[in-house]
Design a protein around this ligand. Structure first.
Ligand code: NAP
Length: 316
């Protein structure tokens, strides 16, 4: 049997975990083997991973025993939750807790938990600067992840904490990119409150996670805030103008207008943008291109990512 150290990857069929799987398999030194954990080992995505050399096993964050089986014998484990599948911070926290405890029960040496800030540490519920949502959250998809950090610190294998930034793929898939308005002008509308938005190519998150695994359990307890670039709205618009070949202007949408857009999670996302804008540099210093590049020398700045992806931006 091979004695190559195994990294078990939750979310292997998704953006963050998928990037990590590809980074591990692409390592010319083949320092680790990869075990992709999925609820659906028979899915096309899971079969595609197996075809590229990943071991594929069943595991479900809602089923603690399945996680222990999936992590058995692994050196490392990458843990990510998908809030947007169910929109429940309580369920997300439970899934995180199950993953944390399973890393310890399975004897994993190094876990990497993809977390985000608990925004209530900076904005307690009685802080009127940010609306309270669901009675006990400020930014639900951040808060439950951040709350789970304490469970990782107390009940998991030695854990490093990864905090991703806004994926630039949101400009392609989630209607957050530039749009042609009724008068024919192309406008990038985001609620940035005059501030800057750290962003990253989704593929680079997994590559940075691989950099953390290469550093090893020595960096347990450390937090790695990732970004490929930190740009203002007008700077994003200028890059779109260069790469799309049409003038793109920036509209700094009021936060209340964004929360009122009505799509599921609009209030959560609106609060997220307002949280970033109010904290400003205090938030941005936790998303560092320098830290990210040290983990992943191939880190893409926005201009490079957009150069490769401009044809995929739907101007709608
Ligand atoms: N979009 C952004 O800008 C952004 C920025 C920072 C952080 N985030 C966070 O990123 C997270 C999502 O990560 P992603 O973008 O990598 O996800 P994704 O591409 O949407 O894919 C979701 C992954 O999660 C796995 N998964 C979902 N529920 C599971 C469960 N119960 N048990 C095991 N695996 C499960 C899925 O695996 P199977 O279906 O194969 O089981 C799939 O691989 C969200 O929580 C979000 O808050 C997003």
């Amino acid at each position: 049997m091979s004695d190559t150290k195994i990294i078990a990857v939750i979310g292997a069929t998704g953006a963050q975990g998928g990037g990590l799987v590809r980074a591990i398999l692409a390592d010319p030194q083949q320092r680790f083997a990869v075990r992709a954990v999925t609820r659906k080992p028979d899915s096309d995505k899971a079969r595609a991973l197996a075809a590229t050399g990943a071991e594929v096993v069943a595991g479900d964050a809602d089923d603690a025993a399945s996680l222990e089986r999936a992590f058995a014998g692994a050196h490392g484990a990458f843990l990510v939750t998908n809030f947007w599948e169910h929109f429940s911070p309580e369920r997300e926290r439970q899934q995180a807790a199950a993953m944390a405890r399973a890393t310890k029960a399975a004897g994993v040496a190094h876990a990497v938990w993809s977390t985000l800030e608990d925004t209530r540490l900076a904005f307690p519920l009685d802080d009127a600067r940010l609306k309270t949502l669901q009675g006990k959250y400020k930014v639900p998809h951040f808060d439950a992840k951040g709350e789970a950090d304490a469970i990782f610190a107390a009940e998991a294998a030695p854990t490093s904490y990864l905090m991703a930034a806004f994926y630039w793929e949101n400009f392609i898939y989630f209607g957050q990119g530039p749009r042609k308005s009724a008068d024919g002008n192309v406008v990038l509308a985001l609620p940035l409150g005059g501030g800057k938005l750290p962003g990253i190519a989704a593929e680079d998150i997994g590559r940075c996670a691989y950099g953390i695994f290469q550093r090893g359990p020595e960096v347990a307890g450390q937090r790695f805030g990732l970004a490929g670039d930190v740009l203002s709205g007008p700077e994003y618009a200028a890059a779109f103008s260069r790469h799309l070949g049409v003038p793109v202007s920036f509209y700094d949408m009021p936060f209340d207008d964004y929360r009122a857009l009505g799509f599921p999670g609009a209030d959560d996302m609106g609060n997220m943008y307002e949280h970033h804008a109010i904290l400003g540099e205090e938030f941005r210093r936790h998303r560092s291109p320098a830290v990210s590049r040290a983990l992943n020398p191939a880190l893409q700045p926005f201009d490079v990512w957009l150069g490769a992806n401009a044809s995929r931006i739907p101007l709608g």
